[in-house]
Ligand binder design. Structure first.
Ligand code: THU
Length: 145
């Protein structure tokens, strides 16, 4: 599942970069695109959508996850994030939690900046160790019962 080939990584990067080009980021001027490979094999994309009321803005990963869920996929097998800066764009803390909801521990997270050659590969597990999850929530509510 997490054995993406270079070609698959390239496909994810291209999809993320195309979504990034659609970003609405007039306030930060930092464009981000995200591409998710779902269990169906489809790639779902999103971009950051900022708002004049700053906290209302949404991250690229949130958009890609919403697109994935609306398309019927429920499992992320790989995700790529492409920011518009020189360094690879790491998912923010809130997006790490969003990703964990739909992902296998060892699923790869590919982080890119402007340059597709300069990527950083991580896993969801290492980006967010010991996450809060449905599993833990269920365990806690069983304890109450
Ligand atoms: N941003 C994302 O879209 N994803 C991240 O994981 C990090 C931050 C966006 C939010 C905001 O529109 C801009 O980048 C600057 O923070």
């Amino acid at each position: 599942m997490s054995n993406e080939t270079d070609r698959e990584i390239e496909a994810l990067f291209r999809a993320a970069a195309a979504a990034r080009a659609q970003a609405h980021a007039p306030y930060s001027r930092f464009r981000v695109g995200a591409a998710i490979r779902g269990e169906s094999g489809h790639i779902h994309v999103g971009c950051n959508v900022e708002n004049a009321a700053y906290p209302v803005g949404t991250c690229a990963e949130a958009g890609a996850i919403a697109a994935m869920v609306a398309a019927g996929d429920r499992r992320i097998t790989a995700i790529a994030v492409a920011g518009s800066g020189p360094d690879p764009c790491m998912p923010c803390g809130a997006c790490r939690q969003r990703i964990v909801e739909f992902v296998a521990d060892d699923a790869p997270v590919y982080c890119f900046g402007n340059d597709s050659d300069d990527s950083y590969r991580s896993t969801v597990k290492s980006l967010l160790p010991s996450p809060f999850s449905l599993h833990r929530q269920a365990a806690a509510s069983n304890e109450v019962d």
